[in-house]
Design a binder for this molecule. Structure first.
Ligand code: GDP
Length: 307
């Protein structure tokens, strides 16, 4: 992902090389190229506008530097603006003063929440925590079983409703019941068994759905999460921003997790989510294996894009 964007930007900077001084026309032409590169990569238009305006203003006002030639100076400015659009500093999980820390996952179906729950559990374990994954997605057939499989693979405990514990909902994979009760009960279970981080997987639909949004908000109110993470598939293109906004309005979230960064889509929309929602990307997922996951570092991503 982002290969085309990297190539485009590299070509733009190449055309500046060897110039002793950049005229306003040079800077305008460069900004036009950067604008096209970002739009082609699917970055949302308002984010592109803001980005290009900042680069232009800073490039025009850039002091003559002894250390950097004008082309290098523009690259430095673009790098800093990229880091800024990606959220600036690395944002870490805020753990609760009194455990358990509750992390709730929200996002569309297929965005990668259940897979992420396993990865997050695995990662938390590696950090010396004792996580518990909670199956509060009782909507999607097999979601509970999938979380149990993922938990087993990660060596992380899973709290799930008893199979066949029907409370009026249609059983899907033998698990049924009230996801809000499951989420609430999981906290007591975590306290009893000394799990210090609870990761709550919630249901999502293929599109934004008022009932599901309400359910997620009810789960939120029942467990009082320390962190709500909005999980978004970087392959969904421009829909990422609208979806993020809908979840921000419907449930609210504290941080973003980008998934499927290993895909070959342009992915720029996902890069706009932080800027458009004011919430930082905290983790990135780039594959189906447990280890294909890491804390998101805006500076490293900017370096990767700039090649
Ligand atoms: P959920 O509906 O949000 O719980 O999504 P799932 O966790 O079931 O993921 C949907 C699909 O995406 C599954 O086939 C996962 O294996 C796949 N998936 C999840 N994360 C990634 C990722 O980072 N990269 C790739 N290539 N596939 C992923």
């Amino acid at each position: 992902m982002f290969d085309t964007l990297s190539d485009r930007l590299a070509a733009t900077f190449k055309s500046l090389r060897g110039k002793g001084r950049l005229s306003e026309q040079d800077i305008d032409a460069t900004c036009r190229e950067i604008r096209i590169a970002l739009l082609e990569a699917d970055v949302a238009l308002p984010a592109v506008r803001q980005f290009v305006a900042a680069v232009k203003q800073r490039s025009l006002g850039a002091e003559v530097s002894q250390a950097l030639n004008p082309a290098q100076q523009v690259v430095k400015i673009v790098n800093e603006e990229l880091i800024s659009i990606l959220g600036g500093q690395t944002r870490r999980i805020r753990f609760a003063k009194r455990p358990p820390t509750v992390i709730m996952l929200a996002g569309l179906q297929g965005s990668g929440k259940t897979t992420l729950a396993g990865k997050l559990g695995h990662w938390l374990k590696g950090q010396g925590h004792s996580p518990l994954l909670v199956a509060a997605d009782l909507q999607r057939p097999n979601a509970v079983t999938q979380l149990q499989v993922v938990g087993e693979r990660a060596g992380v405990a899973v709290f799930a409703p008893e199979p066949g514990n029907a409370t009026g909902r249609t059983p899907t994979d033998g698990h049924s019941g009230d996801p809000i009760k499951v989420a609430r009960d999981s906290l007591q279970h975590a306290r009893d068994k000394m799990y210090d981080v609870v990761v709550v997987d919630t249901a999502g639909r293929l599109g934004i759905d008022a009932e599901l949004m309400r359910q997620a908000a009810d789960i939120r109110d029942a467990v009082g999460p320390d962190e709500i993470l909005f999980v978004v598939d970087a392959m969904i293109g421009q829909d990422a921003v609208a979806t993020a906004q809908a979840f921000l309005d419907g449930v609210g979230f504290d941080g973003v997790v980008l998934t499927k960064l290993d895909g070959d889509a342009r992915g720029g929309a996902a890069l706009s989510v932080a800027q458009m929602t004011g919430r930082q990307v905290m983790f990135a997922s780039n594959g189906e294996k447990l280890d294909d996951f890491d804390v998101f570092h805006p500076d490293r991503m900017a370096s990767r894009i700039l090649g």
